[in-house]
Design a protein around this ligand. Structure first.
Ligand code: NDP
Ligand code: MG
Length: 395
């Protein structure tokens, strides 16, 4: 048996990070933890270090580093502690690392993920915002470094499993008509529109089928998550926005489908548990036990489908428009959404205002070309300033 693969988990203290470590711990002969990162949950990061004994752990600043180091010493561990974005880039690109789980939430994950790409690592991509922001530049970097890019997002992992291995030739040459991206519809799928004005952050985060971090939970409620995923699918599978159709499927059992020109529609099904796509990507092209219970179709009993209503889910329309506009539009959409969601979670704005913030930013700021990374960061920064200005005017 070859040596265990060395894995870095960026965002180890989050929902995807913990699911990843759960799978890794089931296969000590195949995987070892090289690097872990945390941001605000330092006590949890220490507990993960005790359990998984990484070589390196990364925290945001010196204060957090002192806290973690004290805990590591008390536990008799020799884990090295690094700090900040530079530390994240180091554990992503170290010559000792084989694969990187990119599971930091939002734009904060972009530079470390790109560091892993440039170093030619196997990338397990959960941090969809990184790909949405940088699209063409990200995919160019993947091709240039020869890095293997495997989708963790359950929908994209499902599509990846339903496509032939040579899909990189393009969708038409492999006979694909369109991609059907499933969405649960979130907690507000049937809430009367007038009541959306008063929904709370906790209600928005109470997803009916998935247990996730708070930002992506709000994105799922607003369906901005599906909008970001539409853009993500376009880049991963070289699809046009009109080749990706969103289908509401409340049971979250079918994770997405591929529609072929001969009339075949292939789907991937499973219980809604992220350990399935994580295991699939970790072991690809092999399969390993993920700890996920077998799907009981008799318990599921029925599968329903609905067309999304853009009046209920304006964020889906905004994301589609940004996908069509391309260039800086997806980065601005993402940045405005991050600011708006944080404001909603802090109680500064009401839920329907999330879409208002994003629409205002996209209507105010012209779309510009983004042929280098600095242009993406500039678009991201401009959108954040405009979104904050909206909040000071209306929040
Ligand atoms: P969580 O909020 O649960 O975890 C986020 C992780 O990122 C935590 O480890 C957090 O550290 C860290 N983090 C937060 N802010 C920063 C920052 N500024 N700098 C560095 N690290 C930071 O999110 P999820 O695990 O739910 O999601 C992670 C990513 O995966 C997102 O991009 C999401 O869209 C994607 N995803 C998630 C799915 C899910 O089922 N959860 C499904 C599909 C995609 P700390 O907790 O210590 O503060
Ligand atoms: Mg998803």
């Amino acid at each position: 048996m070859s040596r265990p693969q060395q894995i870095t988990v960026l965002g180890a203290t989050g929902s995807i990070g913990l699911s990843t470590l759960d799978v890794i711990a089931r296969h000590p002969d195949r995987y070892q933890v090289f690097g872990l990162s945390g941001y605000s949950r330092i006590a949890e990061l220490l507990a993960l270090c005790v359990l998984h004994r990484p070589r390196v752990a990364v925290v945001p600043d010196e204060r957090a580093a002192r806290q973690l180091q004290a805990g590591l010493r008390a536990a008799g561990l020799s884990t090295e502690v690094l700090v900040g974005e530079e530390g994240l880039c180091q554990i992503s690109s170290s010559s000792e690392v084989d694969a990187v789980m990119a599971a930091i939430v939002g734009a904060a994950g972009l530079r470390p993920t790109l560091a892993a790409v440039s170093a030619g690592k196997k990338i397990l991509l959960a941090n969809k915002e990184a790909l949405v922001m940088t699209g063409a530049l990200f995919m160019q970097a993947v091709r240039r470094s020869g890095s293997v890019l495997l989708p963790i997002d359950s929908e994209h992992n499902a599509i990846f499993q339903c496509l032939p291995q040579d899909f990189a030739r393009g969708l038409a040459p492999v006979g694909v008509r369109r991609i059907l991206l499933t969405a649960s519809g979130g907690p507000f799928r049937e809430t009367p529109l007038a009541e959306l004005e008063n929904v709370t952050p906790d209600q928005a985060c109470a997803h009916p089928n998935w247990s996730m971090g708070r930002k992506i939970s709000v994105d799922s409620a607003s369906m901005m998550n599906k909008g970001l995923e539409m853009i993500e699918a376009c880049w991963l599978f070289d699809a046009r926005p009109d080749q990706v159709e969103v289908v509401i499927h409340p049971q979250s059992v079918i994770h997405s489908l591929v529609d072929y020109i001969d009339g075949s529609v292939l789907a991937q099904l499973g219980n809604p548990d992220m350990r399935t796509p994580i295991s699939n990507a970790l072991a690809w092209p092999e399969r390993i036990d993920s700890g996920v219970a077998p799907l009981d179709l008799f318990a599921v009993a029925r599968l329903d489908f609905q067309r999304p209503d853009e009046q209920r889910f304006p964020c889906l329309r905004l994301a589609r428009e940004a996908a069509m506009a391309g260039n800086s539009a997806p980065a601005m959409l993402n940045a405005a959404n991050e600011v708006a969601v944080a404001a909603f979670l802090e109680g500064r704005i009401r839920y329907p205002q999330i879409a208002c913030v994003i629409e205002d930013v996209l209507n105010t700021e012209p779309v510009t070309a983004v042929d280098e990374l600095e242009a993406v960061f500039a678009a991201d920064a401009r959108a954040r300033v405009l979104a904050e200005q909206w909040l000071s005017r209306n929040g």
